[in-house]
Design a protein around this ligand. Structure first.
Ligand code: ZN
Length: 307
């Protein structure tokens, strides 16, 4: 059965009033997933050793030192921490590494991590874009280094470029990183010319207004063949739902059914190349209805694929 990894401490990462990355996001996602038959797993705290696969100890300690005893403080204009942020971030990373453990051990066919803060904008030594640690990149390194896999792939369909994941995996020959994202849009990186130290990074910029039909063609033409060729032993997904037409932070035109289609298609490729082993982790998505509906469609497809 598909595993759902989460922890209530994800709700105690508090951002200022009006901040789009708010606790209500996780609440809505969990509520939408409530009726689904899933293997519910309590996310553990990440091991510092796992964080250190991607971030130097000095950076990890500096983030911890910034955590206030009350209120919220900014690490940059967008990225805030509150007293609960340290545990929340460690649960987010711990969910992803535990999900990798479970899926590689055959304890679950695939898994979804419903956690926050998100991770794909966190660079080696820089918190940004609501993110503290590079959750999905750490999960990729955990699969490679702790489990000895030779090849993993990360597909990031969040509407923003996964600059952090790209930075953390830039020299990692064993990891294919694919990011589709609106361009131009913050953070501004993610051109097709950014290919990684070994040509293993594949950026798919999408013009504002790109709808689901165009997205499907771009994935069919560029992403699925690349995944089949690379033949990862595990597929990781940075599942952001802010490419939805209702999202307030971006201007793509995907609908809930497009996330369903994309999830199904990615699971089909995973079936072909890696026995269906997929670990997906929540990134962005800022319209609460679009987010919860799309996340539900995503997890329903994981569950269907895992039967
Ligand atoms: Zn995003």
């Amino acid at each position: 059965m598909t595993a759902l990894l989460t922890h209530a401490e994800g709700l105690s990462h508090i951002t200022p009033d009006g901040h789009p990355e708010r606790a209500a996001r996780l609440d809505h996602v969990l509520h939408a997933l409530e009726p689904l038959d899933l293997d519910r797993v309590t996310a553990p705290l990440a091991e510092i050793e796992d964080l250190e696969r991607c971030h130097p100890r000095g950076y990890i300690d500096a983030v911890r030192a910034k955590i206030p005893s009350r209120g919220s403080v900014p690490l940059d204009a967008d990225t805030w921490v509150s007293p609960g942020s340290w545990s929340a971030a460690l649960r987010a990373v711990g969910a992803a590494t535990r999900a990798v453990d479970m899926v590689l051990a055959g304890d679950a066919p695939n898994a979804f991590c419903a956690t926050r803060p998100p991770g794909h904008h966190a660079e080696t030594e820089r918190a940004m874009g609501f993110c503290l640690f590079g959750t999905v990149a750490i999960a990729a390194k955990h699969a490679l280094d702790a489990h000895g896999l030779s090849r993993v792939a990360v597909v990031d369909f969040d509407v923003h470029h996964g600059n952090g994941t790209q930075d953390l995996l830039w020299t990692e020959e064993r990891a294919l990183f694919v990011s589709s994202h609106q361009s131009p849009l913050w953070p501004g990186s993610g051109s097709e010319q950014e290919r990684g130290a070994h040509g293993q990074i594949c950026n798919l910029p999408l013009a504002p207004g790109t709808d689901g039909a165009v997205m499907r063609r771009r994935y069919e033409d560029h992403v699925f063949p690349r995944l089949r060729e690379f033949a990862p032993e595990l597929l990781l997904i940075s599942a952001g739902f802010d490419a939805h037409e209702d999202d307030p932070l971006a201007n793509l035109g995907w609908e809930t059914e497009d996330f369903r289609w994309l999830t199904r298609a990615l699971c089909e490729v995973a079936d072909e190349v890696c026995g269906g082993r997929v670990v997906s982790t929540l990134e962005g998505g800022y319209d609460l209805s679009a987010l919860s509906e799309s996340a539900r469609a995503h997890v329903e497809e994981l569950r269907e694929a895992g039967r």
